[in-house]
Design a protein around this ligand. Structure first.
Ligand SMILES: Cc1cc2nc3c(=O)[nH]c(=O)nc-3n(C[C@H](O)[C@H](O)[C@H](O)COP(=O)(O)O)c2cc1C
Length: 228
């Protein structure tokens, strides 16, 4: 299959929340990670650490995760504030709108608490993707320090490299709430913080939730041109 251009891959990527069981070879994941590692980082510190889970171990992990969330998902359990208390009204509104759009695309009504919970829980089976990834970062470089952004660049480059080859993804902060369970299971040292997970695979084109194409505010709303 011909690879997409960079702009085609940027436009084709969208968070997919239902995957086919079409396998992805370990060699493919390794190649995509090698490409992603060409991402820039301050002083080339490369502050990313990745855990890739596949095959039987993925099935085992999903079982463990679903047990861990059986009593509910506590978004405050992550090691950093996923939705900081001081968030502006604009960001709060966008967040709410995104949730409505996502559940709407899946055909889940606003007052269907059980349906919303089920959709949220799908995070913890990587939306049935054949590959699950986790990204960690040295605590000394993490929250409050700019290196979190550099890890983000790596994650985005990985998603675009994958998309160029027709492989879909969904970045997943939801996994951060299970850091206590994941840390020993993955073997993450105490020096590192779990930032997020990612589902990787081929999306199910027939799943209604995958039809969601999120919009963006226009450039003029977030850009100030000076001297142009
Ligand atoms: C770091 C990060 C974490 C995210 N975590 C989740 C998540 O836990 N679950 C989920 O369904 N989507 C998650 N998303 C996807 C966002 O909701 C999505 O990127 C946003 O709505 C824009 O849509 P798009 O990715 O389809 O363009 C995450 C995105 C990013 C960048």
């Amino acid at each position: 299959m011909a690879e997409l251009t960079v702009s085609e891959a940027i436009n084709a990527r969208q968070s997919r929340r239902a995957f086919l069981d079409t396998p992805i070879a370990r060699e493919t994941v390794e190649r995509l990670l090698a490409l992603a590692s060409r991402s820039p980082s301050g002083s080339n510190m490369q502050p990313w650490t990745v855990y890739v889970v596949m095959g039987e171990k993925l099935a085992e992990l999903k079982e463990r995760a679903l047990e861990a969330i059986a009593g509910g998902v506590d978004l405050g359990a992550a090691e950093f504030e996923i939705y900081p208390a001081g968030m502006s009204e604009t960001h709060t509104e966008r967040r709410m709108r995104n949730a409505d759009e996502m559940f709407g695309a899946a055909g889940i009504a606003r007052d269907d608490k059980a349906g919303r919970m089920m959709q949220m829980a799908a995070n913890f089976r990587f939306f049935d993707a054949p590959v699950g990834l986790f990204f960690t970062i040295d605590r000394a470089l993490a929250v409050g320090n700019g290196q979190m952004a550099h890890l983000g660049m790596f994650i985005q480059t990985l998603m675009l490299a994958a998309q160029a080859e027709g492989i879909d993804s969904c970045p997943q902060e939801a996994w951060a709430v299970l850091h206590e369970m994941l840390r020993p299971w993955l073997g993450v040292p105490d020096s590192h913080m779990l930032y997020c997970g990612m589902a990787l695979g081929h999306h199910d084109p027939d799943a209604p939730i995958n039809s969601l194409r999120t919009d963006r505010v226009p450039v003029s709303e977030f850009t100030t041109f000076i001297g142009a």
